[in-house]
Structures are given as C-alpha cells and as structure tokens.
Design a protein around this ligand. Sequence first.
Ligand code: ADP
Ligand code: MG
Length: 706
Amino acid sequence: MEKRTQYMEKRIEYLEEVNRFTLDALEMAASLGDFQTSINKLEDTSVILEETGSRIQGLIQFEAIAFFLVDEANHEFFLASTQPKNYRSYIQNEVDFLIDNGTFAWALREKRPVIISSKTYEKRLIIHVMATSSRIRGMFVGLLGEGDTDIPDISLSLLSIILFNSSNAVESFELYNMIREITKSLERKENYRMLFQAAPDGVEVLDARGNIVDCNRTHQTLVKHNYEEIIGRPATEFFSDNSKALFTKKFSVLIETGYVEGEVELICSDGSTLPVWRKEKAIYDENKGFVGAVIYNRDMSMHKQAEEERRNLEAQLHRAQKMEAIGALAGGVAHDLNNILSGLVSIPELLLMQIPEENPLRKSILTIQRSGEKAAAIVQDLLTLARRGVVVSDIVNLNHVTSNYLMSPEYERLKSFHYNVEFETHLEKELFNIVGSPVHLSQTVMNLISNAAEAMPDGGKILISTENRYVDRPITGYDDVKEGDYVVLSVSDTGVGISREDIERIFEPFYTKKVMGQSGTGLGMAVVWGTVKDHNGYIDIKSTEGKGTIIRVYFPATREELARKKTKRPPETYLGNGETILVVDDVEEQRDIASQILTHLNYSVTTVSSGEEAVEYMKNNSADLLVLDMIMDPGIDGLETYKRILELHPGQKAIIVSGFSETERVKEVQRLGGGAYVKKPYLSEKIGIAVRDELSGNAGRPEENK
Ligand code: ADP
Ligand code: MG
C-alpha cells in the first residue's frame, strides 16, 4: 500500500511538473490561465471538464462540445459531459457511428485533432484524443456550427495543448482521489487501532507459529510487560506450566476448528500469576490457510477471588454441618456409652474396696479400671467434637502433658509399630502454663504424634518441641490473631506430606486416608481442631508433599501457677448415717452402681427405673435425697420428675447424675433447689462427696464437677 502511495505521489509530482511546463507554454502562447491549481480540492472531474470546455470555446466556436472519459473500472468510454446539455443524445449517436466505422479507434491513435463530417454530412466534427504521456483518458468531441470556416492551425495546436493539459488534470484528480481514499482507509485503520487499544480485554495477535506479533495496552498492563518485551515471543511463554500443558494441545484444535477458549494462568513480569479466560480466534487467508490468531484475555482475578470466597464459605458451612452431625451423633451415643462405661470405671473400684491388698487379682482389676477410664476419655473426644462437655479451666503445662504421653504405654506401642521412626523432643524449660483441659490436650499431643508416625511408613524422624512465643503477626489461615504470649507445640515429620486440597479437609470428622477402622478413624485431627478452638488457640500447618509436615498448635499462655494437686478425700469424711436415698435411673447397671456405692457408704438405697415410677413411689414414701438421672427415654426426664416430686415434697433434696454436661434443663433443676451435678461415669469419691454435701446442706452453688 505504502509503495503504491509513494509511486503515485511521484507520479503526481511528475504530472504536475509537466502541467506547469505546459501551462507556462500556454500562458506564453495563448495566455490561457491555469485551471487546475486546486485539483486536490475538487469533488469530481466535471469542474475540469467545464473549465476545459469554456477555454476551448474561447479558442474555437463550437456549436456543442462533449467529453468522453475512460471508465477506470471497465476501460470503456462514457459520455462524461456535454455542453449544451441537450446535445447529449445527438453526440452519443454520432460517436456510436464513429465507433462503428472505426474512425474513433483511428482518432485515438492519432493524438491530434481529426476533422470529420457528421453522419448526415451536414456538419463537421473535430475529435481529439485526451491522453497524458502514458495513458489515454478520454476523447474530446466538438460539433462545428453550420457556417463554420477553416480553423487556424494554431488553434488546433492550442486545442491539443489544452486537452493534454486537461487530461493530466483528470489523471491528477484521479490519483488524488485514490490517495484520498487510501488516506481515508488509513484513518479508519487508526480508528480500529484506537478500539484495539481501548478494549477492556488483553488482546494479542499471533502469527501462524503462535508468536505474538501485536498486542494492545490492556494486555501489557495485565502481564506487566512493555510492548517490546512481548512482541516476537511465543504466546505460551507467558503461560504457567499447567496452562502450557493444557493449551499446547489446543493450538492444533484452534487451527482446525477456528476457535478455542479456556482458563489460562499468565505469568506476569513480577512472577505473579494472573488467571484469565482466554478466547482464541483463528485467522485464515483466502485459500483457507491458517495465518494466525486474535486472542482475548479476560482478567479473572476478581472473579476468582469471589469464587474462592464463596467456596471457602461453602467449605466452612460444610464443616459446620459435619460438626453438627457429629455433635448430634456424639450426643446421642455419649449417654448410652457412658452408662456402659460406668460399669468399667465404677465396679472395679467397688471390687478393689472389697479385695484385700495382697490379692493378685487387684492388678487385673486396676487394668480394667484404667481401660474404662480411657474409653471414657474417647467418649469425651466425641463430646469435644460435639463441642459439649468441654472443660478448659485447669491450669496445664504442655510440657507435662507431652512428657506424660511420652511415658505412656500408648507411646511405647506406637514406637514398637514404627520401629524405623526416630523421635526427638525439645521441651522449653520455662514453658508458660495454659488454661485448658489436660485430657483433650493429651489427646491432641497423641493424635499429632501418631499421625506423624503414620505418615512415615518407610521411617523418618519426628521432632516434638514446645516453646514460648510472642505472636504479633498473622498465622496462616487466620484473619485476626490475638496478639500476645502463646505456648506453641510443634510436631514435625519427614513423611509423605499433605496436599493443598487435603489440608482443607483433614480436620473434618471421619476424613481419613488410612484404612478406616484399622489405623484410621478420621477423628484425630477433628479432635485437635476442636481442642485448639476450645482453647482459643490456632493451628498452623506447613507441608510439602514427599518432604514432610510441621504442625504447630498455639495456645494462649497464662501467668497463673499450676494448681496444687488435689488430695484425695478419705472416704471417712463422706460416709452416710443411714439416710434414705432414692436412685432414679432407666439403666439397670447404673442403678446397681449407684446402689452399691451408696450402700457401701452407709446409706439406705432404693432404686426405681423411671421418673413416673419415682413419682408413684414418693406418693407413699419419702427419701432424704434423690439421685436423678437426667435423660430417661422414653419417659419423663429428671427435671420433670423433680418438678412433680417437689409438689409432693416441697424442698426435696436431690443431686443430678448425667452423661451430658450441664444443659438448660440441668440448670433448671438446680434453680428449683436440686443440688450438685455429677457427670457420669463417676468414682465413689465424687458421688459420695456430692451426696454428703447436699444432705449436710453445705453444697453451696454447685459447679460442674471436674
Ligand atoms: P486418621 O489418622 O484416623 O486418618 P486424622 O484426623 O488423625 O485421622 O487425620 C486425617 C488425615 O490427615 C490422615 O488420614 C492423613 O491423611 C492426614 N494427616 C494428618 N497428619 C498428617 C501428617 N503429619 N502427615 C501426613 N498426613 C497427615
Ligand atoms: Mg490420626
């Protein structure tokens, strides 16, 4: 295009040069003025032809004149102008005749005035080719009047000059016109360029090999590169590895089908990645050959962020729902399970009271008792998940919790299963205390360590450490962290690691990658999560797949000193004096346990198996104290029973025994005058003291027992 323009400009220059020369000659010879000074401003050729006509008329007296021009499109002559206008068909007629008889063609070659008679021989015509030095542009036709005389040669010569001049003017005009067209289309292109630059999407133009040949400013902003850094490089060089793998395949699809789209991660100059929705449209030449593509990249980061937020919320909701389900489940089984466990915890104690010190059976019974206590602790885990019954008010030292675990038979067993795992501990000497629940913390330590060991089937190293740490910056995964002193327990391993997706899920109850029921229950991390949450702590997990994992749990430190170890109260201090006690419990073993313990403590015990039965019994009897189970499906519960008995015996003393932690209903019983609340499973000391205190009237406002 540009070459052509240049050529035409040269040509115009040349033509104008010639024009000027001819004009000078004209001016000198015939003092005819220049009529083409402003050709570039003309709308069309009619002005040139008019001007030419009037000058020719000044030279020779014609009855009519006409100009035929060559149509650039089909190279045919057409009648462009006739003066006067009503001669149009007459002249057209004459010329058709001249064309037919060959005169016209002959005149074209002559390049000088040709004088011929009209069709009917009445008149004469002068026809003269209009040509520049290189091209024929048209034909001048002049009709001489009836009485015309001979025309002087000079006039005919000047006619040639004027027509040559006029032809040049017509050609100049046409060239100008073309340039004008080209300029216009260039302007249009500039407009397109503006649209290209202003597009809200990053636009790339690729050649057939996929190299970037052009891109707009939006694209430069997106990838934070300037134009020069982008142009010439393969488009895929700006892709993340994942996207590369995906989109190299798509290029052949693009060539074949003409269009592909998909999500791509672009790499920016600062190394950050930008998610974009990428639309690629192929460009083909007229032979359907693939010549390149136009690409639109739409920034998806905002969209992604919103999407991620939505997913997070969904995950949170999902987790909450799962926790809730677990809660319901745990709550449901805890009651029954606790009753069963009571047998394991309480009966051995009763047995131990009766078996002499030196009896070898004592050891086995002690083992049964300890197992029962552990099972009770697991039920507590379920309750932790249910976020109920959690007590976090003891002053605890994580070093003690940790070393207790490291001295436990469970730890020995873990080590024997994982003989190829090396254990190392670094406990900070002056570790702060924390406020919490030793059972749950111990469970947390145990779960973290056993998970670490299980993550290393081929052996490795576990490092267990504690430290005091002042936290003043965010912990991964938490938006706001309370600044202050924390005690941090870290367990690191050199195991298989956890993938990013799994990290999200490992805290879900029952989420396990291990064989369910065999090594995994999927409850471990859920307990850790619940515990940490209950203790107002934080969990930080850093993991590299194939390398290992470090899990840090943060607990707020306290300056309080450890509570002095509670001394056991000797049973003599809570013996009864034969007072009457009515035990209300729907489970037989529970009634037996309570009955045995209390009988042993010198009370007179009666048992009934439902609230309704208790009310019935109290109509004709009395009791110094009620031991009330709270939940007795399907009958009335402890609260209802107490209310009905209070109507019969105002001021009736009672204590509550339940597997559940304090609920509104327990508190209601206490508001009505019921005494202590004893959580199942219980040792004789606990229920003994509660009963004694209640009967002696020095119970005070009872707290949940610990
Ligand atoms: P379980 O141990 O019964 O599978 P957990 O809740 O304790 O259940 O753990 C859930 C899952 O979290 C495990 O199955 C395991 O895939 C993953 N996990 C936990 N700790 C680690 C660790 N230190 N290294 C690798 N994976 C772990
Ligand atoms: Mg586990």
